[in-house]
Design a binder for this molecule. Structure first.
Ligand code: FAD
Length: 521
């Protein structure tokens, strides 16, 4: 330790004039003595000449124990040498220095000191003394570290979370995000949170605006984001708000509150895909069940139709014999024929009774765009297999009608499979299927167009007759598909025809009335 110079009393103001004011010199001494800050005055080598009461309280050294020692008595020797070198370089240039030093009290206890050293420059321009002031900031530092540790912990937990989390200010600027959110930026581009909030805003309308303005939380909501050229992505989004008190000096006595929005985003695209596959599979099962019933209806109706012809002939024969019976001839034969006919009618009635009814599916509001999209999904494998290029043009806005979803699905399934078959009949040439749904004031129109050979003008109406087929019995066609389609359309109060103005193949046109007030264009 450097040899301390002779302990001296700090240079005192001797008169009011020395201070340039009217404060008496002893008042300076009392003020320093009683200050809450640890104050020491050293010579030019940091040997302590004076220490106030707070200095003694903080360090544990009495005035007699400390005066004459170098300030280095306080050093705990873990403060890097460079810090001291900087300190001395600064004060030797006659500039104040401020920094944190690890100090040791008389009892060996360590504390963190926030130290300010100011050179006292004499009249000759030489530094004669140093004024040291320090505070014990151990507790402040501990609290700061604790906050920092908690922040790090929270950030690590947020970062490790399997859902994307992002914190936004009220201007929707991102303040904090996690790894999952960063992955979303990679997938969706900047800024996923803003896109998702816009989608929520559009989906929820006024309810979103109200909740947002009043800083109310929003429970998990499913949102779809369309990505160009890629499958749509589905997210479950939840919003929670929290308040923060402004930490600025202005807000010390008049607290200001800031609101922050915490958006949690869970990618549910895979779940949605599974649900959709499940839905399409159950629709496929429903339609194939309907198809089975339909073919039973067709077979029985066909049998009834086929039996009606000979029965009518028998009836005519019976009438003729009846007339002859009046003359007395062929009496037994006429009775036998009468009996046979009676039996045949009974069998026919039994057969008619066996024809299954349409199921009791209730009419309900439905969006025909969705039905058409589902039927197209069901036909995807056949369309791909046949190498047919599909153009699907849904109406702008929901195509709301009141109808029976399964029957309508079957109707369009029939039209699409007719179209696929027609295109397959062609060797070479275009292989196209175009389905368009257009909204009008009170009805909607669906076109199912194919690039097959088309239907001759003279057959445009006949094709809707039961048992009329252009394919022939060898190809297992009963000719009931379009008849069934017409039956469904009529049951829905609509019309179906073959467009005579279309010559690039066949265009089937279905018109259906819109549900009252159901067109959400
Ligand atoms: P030292 O050998 O004393 O010094 C380390 C380095 O400091 C040296 O390599 C040298 O570059 C520089 N240095 C030291 N003394 C001088 C000098 N007289 N002239 C030029 N360069 C020098 N230290 C604390 O740890 N805690 C305190 O609370 C504290 N308060 C201080 C208050 C005042 C008013 C002053 C002037 C200094 C204070 N110091 C304090 C610094 C203290 O004097 C020592 O420099 C420091 O404690 C390091 O001591 P040391 O024995 O480890 O190393």
């Amino acid at each position: 330790m450097a040899k301390p110079s002779e302990p001296q009393q700090p240079k005192q103001a001797t008169s009011a004039a020395d201070d340039g004011g009217s404060v008496p010199a002893h008042l300076f001494r009392q003020a320093v003595e009683q200050a809450a800050l640890a104050i020491s005055i050293t010579d030019a080598h940091a040997n302590i000449l004076y220490a106030n009461a707070a200095f003694q309280r903080i360090t544990g050294y009495g005035q007699d124990e400390i005066v004459g020692h170098n300030e280095s008595i306080l050093s705990y020797r873990v403060t890097p040498k460079l810090v001291y070198e900087t300190l001395w370089a600064q004060i030797q240039r006659q500039r104040p220095w401020n920094g944190l030093l690890v100090n040791k009290r008389k009892d060996g206890d360590r504390y963190l000191a926030d130290v300010t050293i100011t050179p006292v420059v004499g009249e000759a321009g030489i530094t004669t003394h140093y004024l040291g002031m320090h505070r014990d900031v151990t507790e402040v530092h501990r609290l700061e570290r604790q906050v920092q540790n908690q922040k790090t912990l929270i950030e690590s937990v947020v970062d490790a979370a399997q859902v994307a989390i992002v914190l936004l200010d009220e201007q929707e600027h991102v303040l904090l995000d996690n790894q999952e959110y960063k992955k979303l930026i990679g997938d969706l581009g900047k800024e996923p949170a803003v896109r998702l909030l816009a989608a929520l805003r559009e989906q929820m309308g006024d309810a979103f605006a109200k909740a947002y303005d009043k800083h109310r939380n929003i429970a998990a909501r499913e949102v779809c984001i369309e990505a160009s050229g890629r499958p749509s992505r589905w997210f479950s989004c939840a919003i929670s708000w929290f308040e923060e008190h402004d930490v600025g000096a202005d807000a010390f006595y008049e607290p200001l509150r800031r609101h922050y929005l915490l958006l949690t985003i869970q990618d549910i695209s895979e779940l949605k895909r599974q649900q959709e596959a499940l839905r399409i599979n159950s629709l496929r099962a429903l339609l194939s069940e309907q198809e089975r019933i339909q073919s039973l209806r067709e077979t029985l109706a066909g049998a009834v139709y086929q039996l009606e012809g000979p029965l009518n002939m028998l009836s005519a024969a019976a009438n003729m014999m009846g007339r002859r019976r009046e003359t007395g001839s062929d009496l037994p034969a006429a009775s036998a024929l009468e009996e046979a006919m009676q039996k045949s009618r009974e069998v026919l009635e039994t057969l008619r009774a066996c024809i299954p009814d349409h199921n009791g599916e209730a009419a309900q509001p439905l969006n025909l765009n969705e039905i058409l999209a589902d039927v197209l999904k069901l036909a995807t494998a056949s369309l791909l297999g046949a190498g047919i290029v599909v153009e699907w043009l849904p109406s702008e806005g929901a195509a709301m009608i009141s109808g029976h979803p399964a029957q309508l699905s079957n109707l369009f399934k029939q039209l699409i499979s007719n179209a696929i078959e027609a295109v397959n009949e062609q060797r070479g040439g275009r292989r196209e299927l175009r389905i368009a749904c257009t909204l009008f004031a009170d009805h909607l129109e669906v076109f199912v167009e194919d690039s097959g050979p088309g239907i001759a003008d003279d057959l445009r109406y006949k094709v809707f007759q039961p048992f009329f087929t252009t394919k022939g019995a060898a190809r297992q066609h009963l000719g009931l598909g379009l008849a069934m389609a017409q039956e469904v359309v009529i049951r829905h109060g609509g019309t179906i025809d073959i467009d005579p103005g279309y010559h690039n193949g066949c265009r089937v046109r279905v018109q259906l009335p819109l549900a009252a007030g159901g067109n959400h264009a």
